[in-house]
Design a protein around this ligand. Structure first.
Ligand code: HEC
Length: 165
């Protein structure tokens, strides 16, 4: 009994030490993932930032509409809303050439690439919806949500500070 307890103590201690070592070893790697790149919004000229925020609110509304449509089997609505995000209702339509240049100068290339990949993904979702493939629509919608959160975690901790905790 005593021996059992003793063993347990040693085991527990060894395990805590191991856990600590793992945590410390893992810290830099985790930190690298978690440490966000510099927030993009504050670096943008005010008018371009306003357009970005307008776009974000529009895509959030569209994303909510897509979820409502997905759970109702309304592929037609999914196709319409996903296509609207893909066609980038605001940034593409309202940004002048000068705005576009300002965005490219202020935001890192990785951010612009991420935005491009995000829009491509919504194009795939619209396509899946047009063919009526329900399973693929749901899988792609999951990727869309992942893309929103991943970009915010990296480039928008000013706006979503919980990601920086
Ligand atoms: C390529 C990066 C990127 C992607 C992808 C992205 N966002 Fe954003 N989002 C941002 C940035 C950057 C900000 C903060 C801008 C600022 O600080 O002014 C932001 C801000 C927002 C805001 C706050 C708007 C406001 O008025 O304050 C909402 C809501 C939002 N995003 C929703 C979404 C949703 C929903 C998705 C996915 C469907 C998404 N975003 C995808 C970069 C992204």
């Amino acid at each position: 009994m005593h021996l059992e307890n003793g063993r347990e103590t040693i085991m527990t201690r060894t395990m805590s030490a191991l856990a600590l070592a793992l945590m410390l070893a893992g810290a830099p790697a985790l930190a690298q993932n978690a440490v966000p790149a510099e927030p993009v919004g504050p670096k943008l000229p005010a008018d371009v930032r306003a357009l970005l925020l307008k776009e974000m609110n529009a895509i959030e509304a569209a994303t909510q509409d897509i979820m409502n449509a997905l759970v109702r089997g309304r592929s037609d609505v999914v196709a319409e809303k996903a296509q609207a995000i893909h066609d980038s209702f605001i940034l593409k339509q309202e940004m002048t050439e000068a705005d576009r240049k300002a965005l490219a100068e202020a935001a890192p290339k990785a951010f612009v690439d991420r935005d491009r990949a995000f829009h491509a993904l919504t194009g795939d979702l619209a396509e899946a919806a047009r063919t009526g493939d329900a399973e693929r629509q749901r899988a792609l919608f999951g990727e869309v949500v992942e893309a929103c959160a991943a970009c915010h975690e990296r480039y928008a901790t000013n706006r979503f500070p919980a990601f920086a905790e």
